[in-house]
Every structure is written in C-alpha cells, then in structure tokens.
Design a protein around this ligand. Structure first.
Ligand code: NAD
Ligand code: UGA
Length: 457
C-alpha cells in the first residue's frame, strides 16, 4: 500500500521503517528539514536498536523515502498516519496543536477516499474532531478518519513494532477499519491479534494501557519502600507476586520513578480528561503525585548521605536517559534530581553511555570514573547494563566517599561492600543482614523484623 507518515520522531520513524520492511511503499514526512536531510543521508537522529539498518535497507530498495513536503507525501497516499508529538498542555491535557496543524495540511492534499489515521496518543474523541476539522478545510467528506494507537517502547521500538502483542484499530466505518487491517496483514497473518473497535475505544485503550503500566510501577515502588522499612527484599517480593499470571512479572522493577516522554504526560492527560468528563481517576491522580515526590525524595536521600556539608560535597549521577537503550532524557530521574542537588550547593557530575543533555551547573563526562572522581555519593539512575559491570575497586579508589545509591538494583550489595563501599539499593534491607532465621543472632541479641525473612529469590 502507499503510505504517508507525518512526523519522523520515535514513532513516525519506526513505523515508517517497519511498514517499508513489511512491503509497503512509505513516504515519511517531517517539517524539520534538517532532520529530513540527515535521514536522506542515512543518518538516524535518534538511538533505536536496529532502526538505522532498516532505514538504510529500505531506502536503498526504494520502499522508504523522506521529505519535508507534507502535501506531496499526502497526495500519493492511500493511508496517512499522523505520528506528530502530543506534549503536555498547560492544564495537563494533551496539546493537540501539532495534530491539528498536520491534519489541516493533509486535508488540502489527500486524494478522495484516503484513510487518515491518528497514531499519536490523543484523548478520546480526537479522531471525530479531526474528521470535522478536515471536512471543514477540505469542504468535502470524501475521506475517512481512524485511530491506530502505538504501543512501542523506546529502546525496543523496532522489535515491539514487528512483534506486537496486539494491533488496535479504531474506525467508525467499515471501510476505514478494513483498510487498516489490510495495512497490518503481514503481521496479523503471523498471528498478531487485532482489536478492531470504534475510534473512541481505541483512543481510550491507549491512555488506559499507559496509565495501568505506570500504576504497576508506582505500586511496586511503594511496596519497595515498605520492604526497606521492614527489611524485606523487593526482588523476591516482585517475583513472588509477578509469577501469578493475573499480575505478570513485567513492569514490577522498582526504580527512581517512571520517566520518559510518555507515562508522565499520558497519566496527566488521562486524569485531566477524566476530570473534565466528571469521572475522576483518583488512583492515577495519586500516582502522578507519588511519582513526582519519589524523585524529590531520592534527591533528599542523596543529600542525607553526604558526609560533608553540601557546599563541599560532590555527587556523581550515573545515567541521564530515562531508561536504558535510549538517548532520550525527557522526564528522566537525573533531570529532576540534579537541579535539587545544585540548589543545595552540591557539585554534580554526570555520566551516561549515550545520552547528552544540558543541566545547569552539571559537568558531564565521557567516562564514569572521571565523573566519580572525588565524589561522596554515586547515584545510579538508569539501568544501563554497563553499570552492573563497574570496576568497583577502581570506583572505590576514585571516590572520596563510600556511598553508592543503586536506584536500579544492578549491584550486589555484598560484592560492593567488599571494596569498602556501602551500597544502598531500592527496596532491600540496607545493611548486610547479620542474622536471619537461617543464621540466628547470638544469645542476648534480639532479631528485628529484618531478621525474620529469608533473603532468597
Ligand atoms: P517526537 O517528538 O519524537 O516526534 C514528533 C515529530 O513530528 C517531530 O520530529 C516533529 O518535527 C514532527 N512534526 C510536528 N508537527 C509536524 C507537522 N505538522 N508535519 C510534519 N511533521 C511534524 O514524538 P514521538 O516520541 O515520536 O511521539 C509521537 C506521538 O506518539 C506522541 O503522541 C506520543 O505520545 C506517541 N507515542 C510515543 C511513543 C514513544 O515511545 N516515543 C510510543 C507510543 C506512542
Ligand atoms: C511506554 C510504554 O511501555 C509503551 O508501551 C508506550 O507505547 C509508550 O510508553 C508510549 O506511549 O509512548 P517508554 O516510555 O518508551 O514506553 O518506556 P518504558 O519501558 O515503558 O519505561 C517508562 C519508564 O518506566 C522508564 O522511566 C522506566 O525506567 C520505568 N520503569 C519501567 C520502571 O521504573 N520499572 C519498570 O518495571 C518498568
């Protein structure tokens, strides 16, 4: 099929490359002409495993091209997918201005019978609104609008697109639905299930899915806090509850609070729509506040671990990306924590294997040991595998202090302590346990609740 994709960001680029790989003829458009020039030269402006290879391959075989001319791309297309940004609006709702602008441009250009599907994450009712807007600009109702939300994750976008758990298609008329089902035929014939429903349902599915996943993370973070107080181990607890298939093991890793370009804005947008329709989502409202507070509390925790006054102390942040395998720093833990440390006068250094971002007063290094040089505390904020293999002997020598705050539970605290460092992990008893029921305390010493639970996973 002839497909035009509007927006060459994480979603637009991945969708373009993957649909071309599945055999479609794809034109990907972005108003950012620099981005388009880079892409035409085979340079991919984002880090996404496997994406560059797909773009080069399908560019070379002629199935994928790039332009900054939206009308030209839209004119030739049977299906137009809108994959532009929907950032957070002033009141928490999704800012639909990019979607509206793209819809207007497309409206004038598309040929009759084109299906215009919204892939961006938008609030329920947007497809219907865009249908009205396009009809008004076009002066005719000879096109169809549909919803086709995307569920890929950054860092595994290509695999997620090519092997999705499901494809959601929202269409209010049979033809639009059938055309989108056809688009995904190469995947559905491999057994990928399709949820074919109305546009409002498809739009709701996207927000409700993201909010639910974010809730899982928020919940496990709260349980992790309890584990620390009681002396439990969140790794065991998480696995123990996740093996119940009704719960599932994924998205139960505690951390510094979820970040990224999606969960924070999408939970806020979901809560905002719900308030507007007078069907509030108190679980989500609470989650949003807890997640923001979590990052502030981590900053306070770092400050509390300093052995020198803040103005004489140094902290090294390991990880600027909001998660591993991406260079995206939007709403990352580092972006929330570093400014608080700086406001308290702490010198802050940072290292990330891939992400670069300017944070006022933060010195970024290309090497973790250079960042940790003279640091009182090292805080691991992103779960880059590289951090699990840190040379602890070298780190201990380089640091001035001895605290490693491992917000992703990558390190074994006992191994860390062998190098004279103290590892604070998330949701685990903080001191190496001296007694357990397997190794009872010496007579006269009382075992607290921490001693009561085995620490095996
Ligand atoms: P992004 O910011 O990386 O990319 C959006 C692109 O659209 C930009 O390159 C911008 O220049 C371009 N653009 C804006 N207006 C345009 C116009 N009128 N014509 C042509 N191009 C235009 O955004 P993203 O991360 O790819 O997200 C896009 C949408 O998909 C959002 O709604 C997001 O919530 C949703 N989503 C994102 C992810 C993800 O992992 N990033 C996953 C699923 C869904
Ligand atoms: C998320 C969803 O997973 C995708 O399905 C969705 O398509 C996308 O949002 C979107 O709508 O844009 P993404 O933001 O790329 O994808 O990344 P995730 O892997 O979901 O991680 C989000 C945040 O949660 C990260 O900060 C991550 O570190 C954190 N997280 C994730 C945890 O703290 N614990 C976990 O167990 C999982």
């Amino acid at each position: 099929m002839q497909v035009a994709i509007i927006g060459a960001g994480y979603v637009g680029l991945t969708t373009s490359a993957c649909l071309a790989e599945l055999g479609h003829d794809v034109t990907c458009v972005d108003i950012d002409s620099n981005r388009v020039s880079l892409l035409r030269d085979g340079i991919v402006p984002i880090h996404e495993p496997g994406l560059e290879e797909l773009i080069r391959k399908n560019g070379a075989n002629g199935r994928l091209s790039f332009t900054s001319d939206v009308p030209v791309a839209a004119t030739g297309a049977e299906i137009v997918l809108l994959a532009v940004g929907t950032p957070k609006g002033a009141g928490g709702e999704a800012d639909l201005s990019q979607v509206r602008a793209a819809a207007r441009t497309v409206a004038k250009a598309v040929r009759p019978d084109t299906v215009i599907a919204i892939k961006s994450t938008v609030e329920a009712g947007t497809a219907r609104l865009m249908r009205e807007l396009i009809a008004e600009v076009r002066g005719a109702l000879d096109f169809r609008v549909a919803s086709n939300p995307e569920f890929l994750r950054e860092g595994s976008a290509v695999t997620d697109f090519m092997q999705p758990d499901r494809i959601v298609i929202g269409a209010d008329d049979h033809d639009a639905g059938a055309r989108l089902v056809e688009l995904y035929r190469p995947l559905t014939k491999r057994g990928v299930p399709v949820v074919l429903t109305g546009t409002v349902n498809a739009e709701l599915i996207k927000y409700a899915a993201n909010a639910f996943l974010a809730l899982k993370i928020g919940y496990i973070n709260d349980v992790a806090d309890l584990c620390e107080e009681i002396g439990g181990d969140i790794t065991a607890v998480s696995r123990g509850i996740g093996l119940d298939p009704r719960i599932g093991t994924s998205f139960l890793a505690p951390g510094p609070g979820y970040g990224g370009s999606c969960f924070p804005k999408d939970t806020e947008a979901f809560a905002s729509i719900a308030r507007r329709y007078k069907a509030p989502q108190p679980l989500i409202e609470t989650l949003i506040g807890r997640n923001q507070e979590r990052k502030r509390r981590l900053a306070a925790r770092i400050l509390g671990e300093l052995e020198a006054p803040p103005s004489k102390a140094k902290v090294a942040l390991f990880g600027l990306a909001f998660k591993a395998d991406t260079d995206d720093t939007r709403e990352s833990a580092a972006l929330a924590i570093a400014p608080i440390l700086r406001q308290n006068g702490v010198a802050v250094a940072a290292y990330d294997p891939m992400a670069r971002v300017k944070i006022g007063g933060v010195v970024q290094h290309d090497d973790p040991y250079a960042a940790a040089d003279g640091a009182d505390v090292v805080a691991i904020l992103t779960e880059w595998p590289e951090f699990a293999g840190l040379d602890l002997k070298r780190l201990a020598k380089t640091m001035r202090g001895s605290v490693i705050l491992d917000c992703r539970n990558l390190l074994d605290p006992r191994r860390v302590s062998k190098h004279g460092l103290r590892c604070i992990s998330i949701g685990r008893a903080q001191m190496p346990r001296k007694a357990s029921y397997l190794h009872p305390p010496k007579a006269g010493k009382k075992a607290g609740p921490a001693a009561a639970a085995p620490n095996q996973v």
